[in-house]
Design a protein around this ligand. Structure first.
Ligand code: PLP
Length: 398
């Protein structure tokens, strides 16, 4: 616990936001920082949860503990509807209370005695849960890196994808695509290289596809589109950003049966033990909502919410580009990743934006040393809020 840096990034941002609100009590602060969804969940989905909740008050509809791995119908629907062009079986899907919780449970499965690689910058939970389980060693103040972690730099110079020719072998490789925070969706060729690299090295890829619903080009939606991935990869995903379930809580992890330890023992058997021991299954009410998300009507309603966020991202891209800034992401992810000129630290840029425009963003350095000089802006907002933010951003350099 003592090795954890500066509290959790988003808690630190909230703390600074609170301070700012106290300093400017009448300011209309816009929060485009923490990547939380803002749009209402389509009614067809909430109605199914209401119905399930009410049924629990009846003799016929009551149910207690469900299967720890999730309701069979939901596991199958995830496999059928979200893995359409690849072979994922229902019993390889473990339904959960969210991707972040699954990342922690995977860390528990793996333990402290192994090496991990993460993209730099990356979603902080991979490193922080690694610290908690004891994988990381000491933190070096000068490099701002943990001793035992392999940081795979991902910037504009390498198309936001690790240069595997200089990446040493590790037991585990965390890869998030579309990436939080850079917004980059890995191409098929990049993922093929990654799968080859993991196969050659006997490494396991933990692939986080939390933002896959935002892909608008032909980038792979899942690592399992890559031949050979089932032998080397686990995929973690969530209804949070796809269905606005950040507060409702529902996610899943796919552990292919083909994925085995070096001694041939299937990893799925151990993950099943972890799930049964440390988790008791996702809420039955929430799972009913998840099933409706995957019905034709539910899915279509969600697509229109996602289109709305996509349009927001486009507005932000256009605004920031018009300021002469280098803007990345936003096309396949709800995050825009902006490079600021000069040598200012990203926490300084964060403060400047907050002071001048009352907009909360996220300093890139919070995602690792490779994020220094960048700011992440979230497109999860009401349209009026995004338009107002855009208006204010246009005055940033005036
Ligand atoms: N993975 C990534 C890349 C994320 O950005 C987030 C949340 O922001 C999560 C996982 C957490 O997802 P969940 O809400 O399902 O815990």
């Amino acid at each position: 616990m003592e090795k954890l840096r500066d509290g959790y990034l988003f808690q630190e941002i909230r703390r600074r936001e609170e301070e700012h609100r106290k300093k400017y009590p009448t300011a209309n602060v816009i929060t485009l920082g923490v990547g939380d969804t803002t749009q209402p969940i389509p009614q067809i989905i909430t109605s199914s949860m209401v119905q399930k909740a009410c049924a629990l008050s009846t003799d016929e509809g009551y149910s207690g503990y469900g299967p720890e791995q999730g309701e069979k119908a939901l596991r199958q629907a995830i496999a059928d509807k979200l893995y359409t062009h690849v072979e994922v079986k229902g019993d390889e899907v473990f339904v959960s209370d969210g991707a972040q919780c699954d990342i922690s449970r995977l860390q528990l499965l793996m333990g402290s005695n192994l090496t991990i690689a993460v993209q730099d910058p990356s979603f902080p939970a991979y490193i922080d849960t690694g610290v908690l389980i004891g994988q990381t060693g000491e933190f070096h103040e000068k490099t701002r890196k943990y001793k035992n972690i392999e940081y795979m730099k991902c910037g504009p110079e390498n198309d936001f994808f690790p240069d595997l020719s200089i990446t040493p072998r590790t037991d585990i490789i965390f890869l998030c695509s579309p990436n939080n925070p850079t917004g980059h969706a890995a191409t098929r060729k990049q993922l093929q290289q990654l799968v080859e690299f993991a196969t050659k090295n006997g490494s396991i890829i933990i692939y986080d596809s939390a933002y896959t619903a935002y892909i608008s080009d032909d980038s792979p939606r899942t690592i399992f589109e890559i031949p050979g991935a089932k032998e080397v990869a686990i995929e973690v995903s969530t209804f949070s950003k796809f269905a606005g379930f950040t507060g409702v809580r529902l996610g899943w992890t796919v552990i292919p049966k083909e994925l085995k330890y070096a001694n041939g023992f299937p990893i799925i058997n151990d993950y099943n033990r972890i799930v049964c021991t440390c988790f008791n299954g996702a809420s039955n009410i929430v799972q009913a909502g998840g099933l409706t998300c995957l019905s034709q009507e539910g899915y279509m309603a969600l697509c229109s919410v996602i289109d709305n966020y996509r349009e927001n991202a486009k507005i932000l891209i256009d605004t920031l580009t018009s300021l002469g800034l280098k803007v990345y992401g936003g096309k396949n992810a709800p995050y825009v990743w902006v490079k600021f000129p000069g040598s200012s630290s990203s926490w300084d840029v964060f403060t400047e934006i907050l002071e001048k425009t009352h907009i909360v963003t996220v300093p890139g350095a919070g995602f690792g040393p490779g994020g220094e000089g960048f700011i992440r802006i979230s497109a999860f907002g009401n349209r009026e809020v995004i338009l107002e933010a855009s208006k204010r951003l246009k005055t940033l350099f005036k």
